[in-house]
Structures are given as structure tokens and as C-alpha cells.
Write a protein that binds this ligand. Sequence first.
Ligand code: SF4
Length: 197
Amino acid sequence: MRDVRACQACLGALPHGVRPVVQAHPDARVLLVGQAPGRKVHASGVPFDDASGERLRGWLGMTRDVFYDPHQVAILPMGFCYPGTGHSGDLPPRPECAPLWRERLLAFLPDIRLTVVIGQHAQRHHLPEPGASFTEVVTGWAGYLPGAMPIPHPSPRNNAWLKRHPWFERDAVPALQAAVALALGHDEGVSRRASGR
Ligand code: SF4
């Protein structure tokens, strides 16, 4: 993480400068893979500290305390720094970032039980399905559990997609919450409480 924070590999291509926004600890059991920080997150340095994050925490069934606990949750977007904004929203993650850092960091996360693959950039890297569209892969979410779950980006920009695919929040989100609880071991606490132990 010290090396990541000192990275300047694409300094010249980042209009707002270098600021990797990542969270990780070898104890983490859930890995969240998003796109890249947006303008607000670049300013705060806190991942998903925006409207997208609020919706994502709702989908995951996570409190902020759990979400921001690196001992439970690792957050490694496909690009660690804010790439700037183009004509139709934020630019894609810098292509230098994943080849440089992804495998090196994942090697330090031996206990990941669930990888939540958020949006198309993460999907292309973590769940490559040649010939399948983004929506086709998300539609097949059940086939990736319990180790991975493809989901759309929670950005308000995707409200139209969510409206066209109501099954996602109706069927996939409850399954995602159960998978998160299982990966974090929270379901054990629930069953112990339920059994009075
Ligand atoms: S986006 Fe990734 S590769 Fe580029 S400077 Fe930031 S941390 Fe380094």
C-alpha cells in the first residue's frame, strides 16, 4: 500500500493529479472492484463516499462501519486515481493501473471469499465472457456465486438500466446480501443468535 500511494506511473495523464483511493488489509474477506474514483472521491480520498456509495452499501447490506473496515472489506477499483471527466461522464480507468498493481495486491489478500464485480470495466477484467454483453453477464449472476457477483455500477447514471431490469434489485440484491453475510461470517452470528448460543 505504501508503494501504491507513492505511484506516479500515469502522472502526466491525470488532469487532477495522482491520488490513489484504495482500501485493503490481508484479513479482508470481501473485495469490491469498481471503476475509478470520481471527482468527489478524489477530493475526499474516501472510496464510495458519494451517492453511488450509499446505493452500493444498501445493495450489500453493509453499514458504513463494516464497509470502511479494511480488515473486512478491500476496495480496489480498476484504476486507483481519478481519470478526469470527458463529454459523457468520467473517463475510463487509466489502462496503466491494473497491469501494474492488480495481481501484486491480490497476492496480499489470501482470504477473499467474495469478489463483487461492479460495472463493465471490472467485469471485463474479473469475469471475462467473450461475446457476452455486460447485461448478459449480470443476468447470469447466480452462476458466479459464491465466489463472485457481477453487478451494475450503483451510479445514479444507471437508474434507467435498473428500471429496465427490475429483477436485479428484486432477486439479485437479496442474494448478494446473503453472499456478503456468508463471506464476512456474519451469518454465523445470526444463526448463533437465532439458536440462543
Ligand atoms: S492510476 Fe494507478 S498507475 Fe496511475 S498513478 Fe494512480 S495508482 Fe499509479
